[in-house]
Design a protein around this ligand. Sequence first.
Ligand SMILES: NC(=O)CC[C@H](N)C(=O)O
Length: 251
Amino acid sequence: MSELKICHLYPEVLNLYGDRGNILCMTKRLQWRGIRAEVARVGIGDRASLADFDLFFIGGGQDFEQEVLLEDLKAGKGEEIRAAVRDGKTFLTICGGYQMMGHYYQTHDGVKCEFLGAADFYTVGGDKRMIGNYAFALGEDSGGSTVVGFENHSGRTYLGDGVKPLGKVIRGFGNNGEDGTEGIHDRNLFGSYSHGPILPKNPEFCDFLLETALCRKYGAFQLEPLQDGFEKAAHDSVLEKVENGTAGRDD
Ligand SMILES: NC(=O)CC[C@H](N)C(=O)O
C-alpha cells in the first residue's frame, strides 16, 4: 500500500485561521484513494528525524509566535528543514510559516527575525495590514489552476531574481501588494499567504501537492479523480465574489 508520511511543524504556535484543515484535507484525499497517510506533529523542543517525512506543512502565526520559535530553529531544526528542502521534499507553508522559509522577516516595529534562507526571498512588515478574500492563478508548473483564499499579513515579501512566484494575483495583495506576485514555488517548496485553510476549496492544488510528494517517493504516480462537485462549487462561488468585489476586502 502506498503511503505518505506528513509532518505538521510547529502546530502549537503556527496555527492561525484553521490552517490545520489543510492536514485534514490532504489526509482525507489520500485515504479516499486507498493511500495511507501518517501525520506527526513536531513542535518546539521535539526531536524527530525530519528526513523520514515525505511532506511538510507549516501554518501561519503572529509576529510574537514567529519570534518564539527562532531558538528552536537555531537548535537544529532549521538545518534539518533546509536539508529536506534541498532534498526535494514537498513543503506547503502558509503566511508566517512561508515567511520563515526566507532569509529574514523584519516586523513593522523593527524586530529582525533571521530565518532559514531555504529559498531566496525576504519579508519586511508594513504599517497597513493586507487583509481580505483574494484569488490568484497558479503558474503552469504548479498545476495552472485558480486558487481562492484569505490573506491577513503585515509582511511584504520580495522574491530574489532567480525565484518563481507560486502564482499571479487576480485580486488582492499577494506577496507585497506591488508586483502582482503571490507566494513562492522553488524546487518542491510552496509558500502562500492564503489562510482559510487553502486546500479544501482548492482541490486541484491539493492533489498537485500530493502528486508531487508521491512522485518523488515512488516515481510516476497519478491520483485517481474524486467527485469534487461540492469543493468546486465552493471554489467557484468565492472566485465569483472576489472577482466582482463582493467578497469582503480591506482595500
Ligand atoms: N497571518 C500570518 O501568518 C501573519 C504573519 C506575519 N506575522 C505578518 O503579519 O505578516
